[in-house]
Design a protein around this ligand. Sequence first.
Ligand code: FAD
Length: 438
Amino acid sequence: MRTNVFISGGGIGGLTLGLKLAKCGVDVTVAERLPGPSPIYKGELLQPKSLEIMDSLGAIESVFEKGHKISDLELAELKNLKAESDHSLMSYSNLPSDYPFSLMIHHETLKGILLNKAKKFPSFHYHPHTVCKEIQDHKVKLEDRERKETVEIECDFVIGAEGRSSVTRDHMGVSVNEKKYNHHFLTVTFPRPETMVKGKIISTYQSFLGLFPLPDNEVRSVYLIPAGEYKALRKQPISEFHKLYINMCPELDGYVNEITDWKQIQLMVPLKYHSDTYVKDHLALIGDAVHTVHPMAGEGMNMAIQDGDVLGELLCDMYKLKKLDPANLEWYPKVRRKRVTHQMHLSHLSALAYSYPYRPIGWLRKNSLQRMEKDTVSHYKQMLNISGLGLWRETLHDRTIQGGILPIRSRKISGKEKENTRFTEIQDYPWKETEALR
Ligand SMILES: Cc1cc2nc3c(=O)[nH]c(=O)nc-3n(C[C@H](O)[C@H](O)[C@H](O)COP(=O)(O)OP(=O)(O)OC[C@H]3O[C@@H](n4cnc5c(N)ncnc54)[C@H](O)[C@@H]3O)c2cc1C
């Protein structure tokens, strides 16, 4: 068999890239190890930049139909479990986009939307229940577990989109340095009160509960536990789990109780790594294969989508212009590496803010979040940077304002500032301007 681009792994990153290539007529083959949808929880929050990409792929209507829009994130810090909370509200609504909000959608639903769209194109070939076993130069050996046979595919380019354990990354001889955190998360979806429509993060100095509404009156939750405590927790009756949630958010009484067995609850172990190498010869890595991020800022899935978009546009142009020198692939990390580094930094800072169970840290966090909300420049920067739409770096000046040393700014962000800090099409796809493809 022969194809132009072979993608190992049909997760969110692989399918975004696959659809993008199929749409521009490039022959693309995706091999996915799993036979069908997986029950495992993964990223579900789409940031504004990813919504713009879904629009460009012709998928936005289906995404809206199956998703729940979130314009605001409410951050509530409880002094203790009985006390009134201090609130702050971070909002996407001021961002320069047709989509000034995020959106929650079931991970497998989003994959289904991308896959069904891609299957409509004759140049898209999908092999479920098929594992990429070996790469030899331009040949890839696959194990088709359905038919119990080995398949060989010849291709121009191999893209590793296999997530955290990547055969392509191993073949490239690339290793990653994993950083672990001092905490893990319990994560589970259950019914929610109809009125719970905003994203909500509730914390005390020693606990954290994130609530992200899904469609059909469901809510995805993440609850922070110290690393290593999961086994002991699971020995408790499930009512102890209900209590943890209800103590933090009494509104969930009668809802979280729908979870009747620890088996329904998944343990999520946050990790962080960023490979030095994105591209080697005719091979490239996208998504979790090249970088994994702490889930606190809801970026993991978005980074995979945004990688798929940039690499997809590049490969489409290479085929359109018949400029297939693998050296062209270097444009992809030129765009993505700096953006990924910054988003990983933001996620890491958010993780640190909730990592230490001491009262003074809780107090500092509450004060700086409240000041970030009120300081229009800090507020805008934070939401722009997590949205993926642009990059406006935080400065020492911003941090001193958030820390309470300098006064809060209340000036409006001008149209020019928004224009200057939002990525332009040429910043997203810089090779188009320079005609530099070989
Ligand atoms: C357990 C878990 C929970 C998560 N929760 C969150 C969250 O709450 N919020 C958040 O922002 N992010 C979360 N993430 C991260 C987010 O889901 C990922 O960043 C995102 O899914 C990355 O997409 P991807 O396509 O790169 O990789 P993946 O989604 O991992 O997809 C890789 C695909 O490749 C397939 N594959 C692997 N090896 C092979 C092979 N040899 N041959 C063929 N196919 C192969 C796999 O079956 C899989 O379908 C979570 C990740 C995990 C693992």
